[in-house]
Design a protein. Structure first.
Length: 217
């Protein structure tokens, strides 16, 4: 079984499109019918995120940690207990491509760090978009780490000790742990994810704050 974890904090506006994309990816023919289970980790939600997730037939797990590292780890633990051999992570404000899971698995690595594309730059000055275009490496061999586009085998995840309980950069910390444990990591642009450049960030210190820092500079 393949497990997919989506941490969410008050994501009622975007969770539906995230889950619709994941369900399409779960039906990809290259997965040969393997079961894909999705869990939305509801971290301190007080909106309709959970109701929407359940309407899409996905599992939900409720926390009050307000901590994305804890949320990702809790979702991973749930799916590992259910027998997942591979864990894939994305974010509630992101949309995976139909071949996202198939592309991760086809790389034959212990872990996959994918790149991202931004869906809408309208909330930012042109300078931010241009800086991203000039500096971001959306090609194989990049060294970006995004919680919105990350995959890891169950064995490698366990050997590395999983996500630390960090409120930001938990994805970078996991990859550091994977490297330290000797995991084979594919730095690939093949698994495609489109994400939001929204200014109302959920995890301080993440991608949204990085964009805001660029705009201020």
């Amino acid at each position: 079984m393949i497990g997919v974890i989506v941490p969410a904090h008050n994501e009622e506006a975007l969770i539906a499109q995230c889950l619709a994309a994941l369900l399409e990816a779960a039906r990809h023919h290259e997965l040969a019918g393997e079961v894909v289970r999705i869990v939305v980790v509801l971290d301190a939600c007080n909106d309709f995120t959970g109701a929407i997730a359940r309407a899409y037939g996905t599992q939900t797990l409720t926390l009050k940690a307000r901590n994305v590292g804890i949320a990702r780890a809790a979702g991973a633990a749930l799916l590992l207990a259910q027998g997942a051999r591979w864990l894939a992570f994305t974010d509630a404000d992101s949309r995976v491509a139909p071949g996202w899971l198939a592309a991760q698995l086809a790389l034959g690595a212990d872990a996959v760090c994918g790149s991202i594309a931004v869906d809408d730059w309208s909330a930012h000055p042109l300078s931010v978009r241009e800086y991203f275009r000039k500096t971001y490496v959306d090609a194989d061999g990049h060294r970006h780490v995004h919680g919105a586009n990350l995959g890891v085998s169950a064995d490698a995840y366990r050997r590395a000790g999983g996500f630390p309980p960090l409120k930001c950069s938990e994805d970078v910390a996991l990859v550091d742990r994977l490297i330290a444990s000797g995991a084979r990591i594919a730095w690939s642009a093949a698994p495609r994810v489109t994400t939001s450049a929204r200014t109302a960030v959920r995890a301080h210190g993440g991608f949204g704050d990085t964009l805001a820092e660029w705009a201020a500079a």
